[in-house]
Write a protein that binds this ligand. Structure first.
Ligand code: GLC
Length: 461
């Protein structure tokens, strides 16, 4: 496939004021600029973003993920913003080229067919937008990222913000109408892929109730790129495909899928990420003096505490996914349980327990933050979302903890992210026991998190 309008990122193009300027990289000031190994990693991270760039958007990694993924792109925008703010805005704009008429920003924007990936556009057959996309969404980090980009340079950001604001509103409205079950407040995912945490144990019980009988024969492509022991099992994959077939048969009727479909689980990850994004979107509405929009967002935020109440598990001392079909809570603690701070939720009586749970998990993992409780029988340190640590979740959890003053834990998570990348490179995710990299290599979101957060260079900027 040819690479359309690729705008390469070159060190020569990086402005002199940037933390990643050629000056900063080649003639460090001893007082502010870190040691050579970190600078080498800064360069490497830049190169990865440049190599994965595909003409206005960035591939998560070549081979394994040859399209534009929703939350990957938004994290990448934060990395790009460190040296090319316009290019960061473009990353957000291209994601919304795949927005559906009903408001959904899809989890994958395909644009073209690539045989190295399965399931591609011909399997999804989702026609809600002018571009081919998948039929579900992904964690909505975009409004928070847009606010970050805008605040870096409000004057040049204003025009971007004005164009993007109605799109963000439409997407949030889609979540608040299409992904809640009447009377509920927590946000449901109707496919594990919508959570961004594909094979988390959070979905095990609900997936077990999905009968995969009758799915069309298929060939997986992911296990041709990376070790099968790091990926979801074939039993899980059958059910993922069954859910795609179900959605397709409804003509991607999202309200119907949430109400009646075979899988609907209230997800603390998406719920807390959207809650935070709602707060950021409201701030943007006020900047643009859009009072009606701000009021509409208030009606969503009005239910925030109710959603958190629904997800709280007193027995686990953590927020937990809850199957909306059976009303049963997940039995183990996932890393997204600790996104309550990021979401702006703080209930003192609960937080005391949540902090104990977090400390227990930090004590059990040499490299924070495992995606699933290392002391739970379903923990698997190498298999994707069943244990490994992910730089992007680390960033979100650490940011929330820091905002609430839990500085030691926030810094522990940031420091461990730095150590894993230093030790192993820019992998898709990391074994939280050994720090070894796993999954795809040269991964864009890991490189982006290094550039905007984990690199010691960010301490100096
Ligand atoms: C996997 C991850 C998901 C990510 C995608 C592309 O499906 O679970 O969160 O967006 O890969 O990196």
């Amino acid at each position: 496939m040819s690479r359309p309008n690729a705008k390469s990122i070159d060190l020569d193009e990086i402005g002199p004021g940037s933390a990643f300027s050629r000056d900063a990289l080649s003639s460090p000031k001893p007082s502010t600029v870190p040691e050579p190994r970190s600078l080498e990693l800064d360069r490497r991270a830049l190169t990865i973003l440049r190599q994965n760039e595909w003409g206005g958007y960035t591939l998560p990694t070549r081979g394994l993920y040859p399209y534009q993924w929703n939350w990957d792109s938004m994290f990448v925008a934060l990395g790009l913003a460190e040296f090319d703010l316009d290019r960061a805005w473009t990353e957000v704009e291209t994601l919304f080229e795949g927005q559906w008429a009903n408001g959904m920003a899809a989890h994958i924007v395909f644009r073209q067919d690539d045989p190295s990936y399965f399931p591609g556009p011909s399997i999804w057959r989702a026609e809600g937008s002018e571009l081919p996309t998948s039929g579900c969404s992904q964690p909505p980090v975009a409004s928070t990222v847009v606010r970050d980009l805008y605040e870096r340079e409000p004057v040049s950001g204003r025009a971007y913000l004005e164009k993007l604001f109605p799109k963000l509103m439409a997407w949030h409205r889609w979540f608040h109408t299409m992904r809640v079950i009447s009377g509920g407040a927590a946000i449901a995912v109707t496919h594990p892929w919508e959570s961004g945490r594909d094979n988390s144990p959070d979905w095990d019980a609900a997936l077990a109730n999905v009968d995969p009988a009758g799915i069309a024969p298929y060939t997986r492509r992911d296990t041709g790129h990376v070790d099968a022991a790091m990926r979801p099992t074939s039993a899980e994959y059958d059910r993922y495909l069954k859910l795609v077939e179900y959605g397709r048969q409804t003509g991607w009727d999202h309200a119907h899928i949430t109400r009646e479909g075979p899988f609907a689980v209230a997800d603390p990850g998406v719920t807390f990420i959207l809650m935070r994004a709602d707060r950021d979107l409201k701030a943007l509405a006020l900047i643009l003096d859009k009072q009606d929009s701000a009021h509409e967002i208030d009606t969503w935020l009005y239910h925030a505490e109710e959603a958190a109440d629904y997800l709280w598990s007193e027995t686990m001392g953590a927020y937990a996914a809850r199957d909306l079909r059976t009303d049963k809570a997940a039995t183990g603690v996932s890393s997204v349980a600790f996104l309550s701070y990021y979401a702006g939720i703080s209930v003192p009586r609960r937080d005391a327990k949540l902090q104990v749970t977090l400390q227990r998990i930090l004590d059990a993992a040499p490299y924070a933050l495992p995606s699933f409780d290392p002391e739970h029988p379903r923990f698997d340190s190498r298999r994707y979302w069943r244990g490994p640590a992910w730089a992007v979740v680390n960033y979100l959890v650490s940011r929330g903890l820091a905002e609430y003053g839990f500085i030691l834990k926030a810094e522990r998570i940031r420091g461990d992210t730095r150590r894993m990348i230093r030790k192993s490179g820019f992998f898709e995710y990391f074994d939280p026991i050994t720090g070894a990299g796993a999954g795809g290599d040269d991964f864009a979101w890991t490189a982006a998190m290094w550039l905007c957060w984990a690199s010691p260079t960010t301490d100096a900027s």
